[in-house]
Write a protein that binds this ligand. Structure first.
Ligand code: Z16
Length: 829
């Protein structure tokens, strides 16, 4: 009689988490058992990959036990859950992350040693899970780790792309994209969940049951079904406090094989449906910040949104709750507009499937959803042609029309009645064909909408979302991004972490605010000597990698000046390489002028379709080959482009950086998160007043960061006041000299037009104000060199950077989401 409506026994009967392993011998035997009995391999011939897999399986047992425990506890406590819907999760490797959070790294090194395997090689055998493009995807991965660490019951939902972000090779200076096949050898972390599979419809027609305003029950008859197949990856939090899961959907046909066709000899036709269905989860769209706009992308968005909502409602009902209570039990976060169609899908499920009245369905929907915006670039705001939406998702289009009518009516009632206001507020953009504005749908269907840095949130209110903000003045809120210190400090930089623990005590591992205690030690010579030793070791490791990969010898005592991130014009890698050219020219003119030896390190991928970004990669590589072979400057300046930037490479590069380049055109980088990773590891930032750079300056203090360039407000003025790049070029001989060298073919011998598109853009339009900021940037670089010469002052500033970074932990960010947006707390044990 005390069973819930689901009829299942309530509560956790026994704790499932396995007892901690205490002895090396026990752990060694557990790993060996996986190698032999799960994989069927022999210890004497096992490869690094075999050992990785055996170890991952042994670890997964432990993490899964925690996840089941956490789940039982959540259910028994009737605790609200968070659902993080994201088309991207840029996880990277999971081995060391898992070992760190279970505190089993030392044990594992020893156990593998006894088995005759090498920990470092086993670790390197894991492929990166690169299911994301850049910041947005990596943020989702940091958030998953922090939610688990804070014991906030959370499920991440996304797509299990067969091919994640492409692998980048550089051939003759040119980016070449190759498919990334991370699943080729299987994925030991994931578990298939066939009982969670569900079928997702596309196309077809809608049967009208009630009146024709879309607000009453309808029946959608899809023309096509695609099966969503569930795979869970358990995510363990710090000190194994709690474990969540990441549920990724892959697509396949409902009937994968047409046996009649096969028997008739039509082998391709027999599997054609399956090939078509599988294309939905086949590959991650490689465009960072610009929407892909193809039908397959909309299919991906709806496919994973619908499968996830189906799963959320199923769980809610199975636990015996009424749908009216959904907002008390489920907070659904939309990571950008990519899953915004989930708002229409929720309305469809409630109204058509469960018979909920329209207004009640809307209360439930808005109560559950919230939306994070990650960019204001006008070309990046997602819209879908109405005609495509009508064809692929006819019922959703009806629902959107009806929601839009309600929304515009409410706006009119509040005084926003003019044609221009109604047009700007509408979910339908009529200016370029008729298109659905996904940002407006997401905004209207959410109880909270957040930006990712203070500046970005302010600009949301003032620009793109201005009119919606006036209508709903309490809806937009700021949650500045953060990064998980477990991965980006403890795992990436064990040397610095060891030092911090020595100096600040174990508490620094659990409470990032303890880092502030370093401020009192900024002048301590003992600390400084140890910091220098640890940075130098990290730089030697990076130099070895550069030597192996590119055959370039680096001096680890040179200033390592690092610019790694996606290639995009607004991120202004071009500004950096122009300054490198100009520096090279200056050194050649006066080789004995006491230059600071510098290594400029670049890495990053360009969207395959983004010609100008690809050309900038080519320019960096061509400049590198000329400069690196110049005997006059060879001890003073090197330029390096490391191919295939990914999470694992970032973990090696960032701890070895002295200087962090965060030089986007002000107002264009929503937040940045690389900026936080570098500063946490003690690099000084050279940057504009953009995104989270502003808050980083506030926390590390203005003396310890090199700020330059136009502010966002000044950029806005420049764009209006008739400024022309020629003004800036004429005023700056250094800039003119660099542009001229590029235009003259100095870096493209025999082909002086190679970089004409870059030179023309700089001279004619310069949409990203590279020329306007050049002198200010070059001057900031001279301040960098001056501070570098004053070793004590440099290291004092470095200490103050690490000391000020506590607030940029993603635990803080997730804590703010939990309190201000999700209204959840961590689970108490
Ligand atoms: C992305 O990585 C970002 C924005 C976006 O619209 C699409 C993608 Cl794939 C980035 C922002 O550019 C960056 O400033 C921000 O730090 C990051 O999202 C996380 O919020």
């Amino acid at each position: 009689s005390d069973l819930p409506a689901s009829g299942r026994a309530p509560g956790p009967a026994v704790p499932l988490a396995l007892a901690p392993i205490r002895s090396v011998a026990d752990w060694r035997d557990a790993i060996l058992a996986k190698l032999v009995y799960a994989l069927g391999r022999d210890q004497r011939t096992a490869s690094d990959r075999d050992w990785f897999e055996a170890l991952a399986l042994a670890l997964r047992d432990r993490v899964v036990a925690h996840a089941l425990d956490s789940d039982n506890l959540t259910r028994a406590a009737g605790h609200k859950r968070v659902y993080y819907l994201s088309l991207e999760f840029l996880v990277g490797r999971l081995l060391v992350d898992t070992l760190t959070n279970l505190d089993m790294t030392g044990l594992t090194r020893a156990a593998l040693g006894e088995l005759g395997a090498d920990f470092e090689r086993v670790r390197a055998a894991e492929p990166d899970a690169a299911l994301g493009n850049g910041g947005l995807g990596r943020l989702a991965a940091c958030f998953m780790e922090s939610a688990a660490s804070l014991a906030i019951p959370t499920c991440g939902y996304g797509i299990r792309y067969e091919n994640g972000l492409f692998r980048q090779e550089i051939r003759n200076g040119v980016q070449v994209e190759l498919p990334e096949d991370w699943l080729a050898a299987g994925n030991p972390w994931e578990i298939r969940r066939p009982e969670r599979d569900c079928d997702i419809g596309f196309g077809g027609h809608v049967e009208q049951v009630g009146d024709d305003d879309g607000a009453t029950r309808c029946v959608w008859h899809p023309a096509e079904l695609v099966r969503a197949v569930a795979h869970d990856t358990p995510v363990i939090g710090w000190r194994a406090r709690h474990a969540n899961r990441l549920r990724l959907w892959s697509a396949r046909a409902v009937a994968p094989l047409r046996l009649d066709a096969f028997n008739a000899g039509d082998y391709l036709g027999a599997v054609a449906d399956d090939v078509r269905a599988r294309s939905v989860s086949r590959v991650l769209y490689p465009s960072d910040t610009t929407p892909a706009g193809q039908e397959l992308r909309l299919r991906q968005e709806y496919f994973f949104s619908a499968a996830s909502l189906h799963d959320i409602l199923r769980r809610h009902l199975a636990e015996g709750y009424d749908l009216s209570r959904l907002p008390d039990m489920a907070a659904i976060q939309l990571n950008d507009t990519h899953p915004a169609i989930a708002i229409a899908e929720m309305m469809r499920l409630l109204v058509d499937r469960h018979g909920t009245a329209w207004n009640e369905a809307w209360r439930i929907t808005c109560g559950c959803f919230s939306y994070t915006n990650h960019t204001l670039l006008p070309e990046a705001l997602e819209t879908w042609p109405v005609a495509l939406m009508e064809r692929l998702l006819p019922r959703h289009m009806q629902i959107i029309y009806r929601l839009n009518a309600d929304h515009l009516e409410a706006a009119r009632a509040k005084g926003a009645a003019s044609d221009s206001l109604q047009a700007s507020l509408s979910m339908i953009d009529e200016t370029q064909g008729r298109r659905v504005r996904m940002g407006t749908l997401a905004f209207v269907g959410s109880h909270r909408v957040n930006g990712v840095s203070a500046l970005h949130t302010g600009l949301m209110r003032e620009t793109v979302f201005h009119d919606l903000h006036v209508l709903h003045p309490d809806r937009i809120t700021n949650v500045t991004n953060g990064i998980t210190f477990r991965r980006w400090l403890f795992e990436a930089n064990p040397r610095l972490t060891g030092l911090l623990v020595d100096v600040l005590g174990d508490a620094v591992l659990d409470d990032p605010s303890v880092l502030a205690g370093l401020r009192g030690l900024a002048g301590d010579p003992g600390l400084r000597a140890r910091l220098i030793a640890c940075r130098r070791a990290n730089k030697v490791a990076l130099s070895n990698l550069v030597g192996e990969q590119l055959g370039i010898g680096l001096d680890p005592d040179a200033l390592f000046d690092v610019h790694v991130k996606r290639l995009h014009e607004y991120k202004r890698q071009l500004l950096n390489i122009l300054e490198a050219v100009s520096l090279w020219q200056a050194i050649r003119a006066r080789p004995a002028a006491g230059w600071v030896p510098r290594v400029k390190i670049f890495a990053g991928k360009a969207a395959a379709s983004y010609a100008q970004a690809r050309l900038i990669i080519r320019l960096i590589n061509d400049v590198a080959s000329v400069i690196n072979s110049d005997p006059v400057t060879s001890d003073l300046l090197k330029v390096v482009f490391l191919p295939n930037f990914n999470v694992s490479l970032a973990e090696i590069i960032i701890p070895a950086a002295d200087l962090s380049e965060q030089i986007s055109t002000a107002g264009m980088e929503a937040s940045g998160t690389g900026n936080m990773k570098f500063a946490l590891n003690g690099a000084l930032t050279i940057g504009t007043l953009d995104g989270a750079n502003i808050e980083i300056r506030d926390h590390v203090r203005a003396d310890n960061i090199f700020i330059f360039g136009l502010t966002a407000a000044e950029v806005a003025v420049r764009r209006l006041d008739g400024w022309h790049p020629e003004f800036s070029i004429v005023a700056s001989p250094a800039l003119a000299g660099a542009i001229e060298a590029i235009g003259r073919g100095t870096f493209s011998p025999g082909e002086d037009t190679r970089f004409a598109p870059i030179v023309d853009e700089l001279r004619r339009t310069d949409r990203f104000l590279v020329t306007a900021d050049f002198d200010s940037y070059a001057e900031a670089q001279r301040r960098v060199a001056a501070l570098w010469r004053d070793r004590d002052a440099w290291w004092r500033a470095a200490v103050l950077n690490t000391a000020g970074m506590g607030p940029f932990s993603s635990d803080r960010a997730i804590g703010e989401y939990a309190e201000k947006i999700w209204h959840v707390t961590g689970l108490e044990r």
